[in-house]
Design a protein around this ligand. Sequence first.
Ligand code: SAM
Ligand code: 2KA
Ligand code: SF4
Ligand code: MG
Length: 216
Amino acid sequence: MFETIQGEGAHTGIPSIFVRLQGCPVGCPWCDTKHTWTLDNALVTTAQQVIDKTNESEHFFEIDENKLLSLFSEQGYVAKHVVITGGEPCMYDLRPLTTLLHDSGFSTQIETSGTYEVLCDDRTYVTVSPKINMKGGMPVLLSALERANEIKHPIAMQKHIDELDALLADVSSLAGKQVCLQPISQQPRATELAVQTCIARNWRLSLQTHKYIGIE
Ligand SMILES: C[S@@+](CC[C@H](N)C(=O)[O-])C[C@H]1O[C@@H](n2cnc3c(N)ncnc32)[C@H](O)[C@@H]1O
Ligand SMILES: Nc1nc2[nH]cc(C(=O)O)c2c(=O)[nH]1
Ligand code: SF4
Ligand SMILES: [Mg+2]
């Protein structure tokens, strides 16, 4: 859990509290948060140790939504936008947390791979970053794509754009959905392909801006 600036997608630049949920079975080889993959009780520690950690350790803490809300003010957080990410946050039922946050004056956003049903408040802004043919062998769910406010696709080569086109063909309507391309790991060739494709398709470019300025 940490406070920073949303670095990706259409909400780039918004001060945000990030809640990074532990556990992900999807297995993207280039995942930049591999320390969140393992869900093992032996890794449970205290909230303060997780908040204070300076390295990417696999340790995590368990908390209910009411205590999490209290923790935001105890930590002195001032951001009013909460990004729930992971790991794969949609392994969990996020309705209690997102509804509590909206009713308490926060806006919320979920970052998900689209491999689980998205269970959240109607007011939540859902970013689906579809993960196609990854090691975990989990399909991207049409229900997740339909719920998405934003589809933010990580790409490195033309094949990834073709795979996105095939997924989008099944979505009932793209009206009101933002489509973004996000270059994988700041690779120059991926970035060039994303720029050219965004211009040609009138899609939006999503850079992981926090990585360019060295913030979390
Ligand atoms: C770490 S994931 C966690 C949320 C969820 N599991 C998902 O994949 O959307 C958060 C975002 O980072 C993106 N991401 C992860 N590793 C990346 C990388 N090496 N380059 C670009 N984007 C990456 C994902 O595609 C996703 O949009
Ligand atoms: N600054 C910042 N913005 C982000 N947007 C999505 C992120 C994520 O890991 O889900 C992320 C992240 O890790 N840091
Ligand atoms: S789905 Fe998200 S957290 Fe899981 S491996 Fe892929 S990028 Fe990482
Ligand atoms: Mg990240």
